[in-house]
Design a protein around this ligand. Sequence first.
Ligand code: FES
Length: 219
Amino acid sequence: MGSLRVTKFDQPKSFKFSKENMAKIADILKKYPSNQKQSAVMPLLDLAQRQHGGWIPEAAMEEIGRVLDMPRLKVFEVATFYTMYNLSPVGEYLLQFCTTTPCWLCGSGDIVKAAEEHLGAKIGETTKDGKFTLVEVECLGACVNAPMVQVNDDYYEDLTPELMVTLLKDLKAGKKTSFGSQTGRKGSCAQDGPTTLEAQAKKAKVAMAENEKKSGKKG
Ligand code: FES
């Protein structure tokens, strides 16, 4: 993930998991042997991030270390290694623009430009109203529907600059948005419409019959 340009922000002095999240932690811990509690560090970092408005304060890492009986530094090492953990405040909507080759070839540069111009903020920045944070990321595994952007937990795909701006306007207005393909493509089916195995098999048979005819065999 591209680094966030963060000015000054306050670290809360303490952090406690909510009652609901403590119950989730108890369930998570059941998945690991009791002497391997540290294995739960990633899901707990995720819980802390969700509870704390999209970023993980140092106090939360300290609390995770306490809950998992592991040094705070080890928690910090994991949190700083994986880019999905935000260690400084982010906007209400975290926009993760994929600019890796397939998305780039399909116009991700124009998508980023349209978003930056519309929001008046660059990659690595948060808009003044605190609504949007823009970051650049590597491939998010939705190349077939490139170009795409991840907004919080959702993927928006088959974007054009115009569709990107519409999406931003809808998010800001609190309107319900539809994630997935923005052009109505179903899943990741071909741009020209769905194909079926049956259709492919028929095509193959025709080709086979023609080949057999050519080679003098019975068609
Ligand atoms: S290159 Fe953008 S999702 Fe893979």
